[in-house]
Design a protein around this ligand. Structure first.
Ligand code: SAM
Length: 446
């Protein structure tokens, strides 16, 4: 079932007993694990209607489930209250702790190979509460960047710019990032457990090609790391060519120190298998020089009118008829990134600005506003829905709210905002985007 050359290499790297145990684990179904969004969920056991079996040691936000539910049917999955992620990836939390964080300095993080967004959502949770912390979440493959942007919208943090660039484009951001995560495309031996296609695609030649590509990616991005900055490198493959050989090469090529590296093999951890390493660049960083440059040079289209549903520390900016909210302590740097890279999404989209013939403006809430940290609660009238009714909403059905005020209503499920409708009395227009429509959501017998 597995390629002979793969089995042979595993046995020579790990010894026969460990390799055989690993091969056996690779044939069993993978465990199901989730990571909660700590901004939205405080007590997973009480707040999530999921079959939680145990907390995970690897992350304070991780939980093991006893079976796999249909996640897309869960309104709290749809509204970014948790992310479904294999558990070894959550070791990121430990490797991120090597980052040098100073409360009085800007803090810029790059997730270079980010789609579909597992590690970016985790990074955002780790950045939460760090003043001036900003994430650039990048994906080079066009077909994967939309799902990345969508997952980050649902997560709801506003201090993130989603970009669609080749790693070589990051050379122009010399010494900008404090932390760079390279979760590199790899030969995917860790995917063998759940993806037969990964087994079929595997070959020794592909391992060699992947290792060379990973070195190119590291070389392209490394210029943008600050002196003293942290590089976190990971793959979901087991071989040393793409892992230890590459970290050793990186350390000697760019004068870096390997702080820690490890394999998390399936069987030992609940996950599917991951290699992660932390490397520090020599030197110490100069202070906030990029912010100084950008503050002087970029003019920003501030939106002047008062926005009652916007929380205080966020700055409204209009781009065409789209109104967005930026965190005040990242605004300059987010504009700087937007000017340098191909930006797919940045900050939080909060409303579409509609101007009538007399110049009167109306703000139509953007769907992403419901998920976002920038939303001030209880400004829009809120309507808590049952599971069946929120499922109808997620299917984009037209609904009625005879007992609610006319105008925009914020719909919640178990207290969490999910989306908006415009109540016009006889019916309510559903503002859940068709692109996110949940086609298979089921209705429970009432
Ligand atoms: N970090 C993601 C997460 O946690 O959800 C998974 C990333 S996946 C292991 C590797 C990513 O690298 C994929 O999204 C893939 O599209 C992207 N990729 C493929 N070729 C690349 C290249 N030449 N340079 C940079 N990224 C590439």
């Amino acid at each position: 079932m597995f390629p002979e050359a793969f089995i042979k290499r595993l046995r020579s790297d790990l010894g026969i007993t460990e390799a055989n145990a690993l091969l056996e684990t690779l044939q069993s179904p993978p465990p199901v694990t989730i990571r909660i969004n700590p901004r939205k969920i405080k007590d997973a056991w009480k707040e999530l209607a999921l079959p939680i079996a145990a907390p995970l040691d690897i992350s304070e936000y991780g939980f093991l489930l006893s079976q796999r539910p249909v996640f897309t049917n869960d309104p709290l999955f749809q509204s970014g209250c948790y992310y479904v992620q294999e558990s070894s990836s959550m070791v990121l939390e430990h490797y991120f702790s090597y980052a040098d964080i100073h409360p009085d300095k800007e803090f810029n993080v790059l997730d270079l190979c980010a789609a579909p967004g597992g590690k970016s959502t985790h990074l955002l949770s780790l950045l939460h509460g760090i003043p001036g912390a900003m994430l650039v979440s990048n994906e080079v493959i066009h077909s994967r960047v939309t799902i990345l942007a969508d997952n980050l919208s649902r997560w709801g943090d506003s201090n993130v710019v989603v970009t669609h660039n080749d790693p070589s484009d990051f050379g122009k951001l010399k010494h900008f990032f404090d932390v760079i995560l390279i979760d590199a495309p790899c030969s995917g031996e860790g995917m063998f457990r759940k993806d037969a296609g990964a087994v079929a695609e595997w070959s020794e030649d592909n391992v060699t090609r992947c290792a060379a590509r990973q070195r190119r990616i590291i070389s392209d991005a490394i210029e943008s790391l600050k002196p003293g900055g942290l590089l976190i490198y990971s793959t979901c493959t087991f071989n040393h060519f793409e892992n230890e050989d590459n970290t050793k090469w990186t350390a000697s090529e760019f004068g870096m120190e390997i702080l820690e590296q490890e394999h998390l093999y399936p069987g030992k951890a609940y996950g599917e298998g991951l290699f992660m390493a932390a490397l520090r660049m020599k030197g110490t960083s100069s202070k906030n020089f990029i912010s100084e440059i950008t503050r002087k040079s970029v003019t920003k289209p501030y939106y002047k009118a008062e926005i009652p549903f916007l929380r205080e520390k966020f700055i409204p900016i209009s781009k065409g008829n789209l109104l967005k909210a930026y965190p005040s302590d990242c605004l300059d740097r987010m504009f700087f990134i937007e000017s340098k890279l191909k930006t797919i999404r940045s900050a939080s989209s909060i409303a579409t600005i509609l101007t009538d013939r007399n110049g009167k403006t109306t703000l139509i809430p953007e769907p992403d506003l419901a998920f976002s940290e920038v939303l001030k609660r209880n400004i829009f009238p809120e309507v808590e829905l049952t599971y069946n009714d929120i499922s109808r909403f997620l299917r984009c059905e037209t609904m009625t709210f005879h007992d609610s005020p006319k105008g925009y209503l914020l719909l919640t499920y178990l207290g969490h905002p999910v989306g908006f409708v415009k109540n016009i009395g006889s019916r309510a227009n559903n503002l859940w985007p068709v692109s996110r429509r949940v086609r298979l959501s089921h209705i429970i017998d009432e």
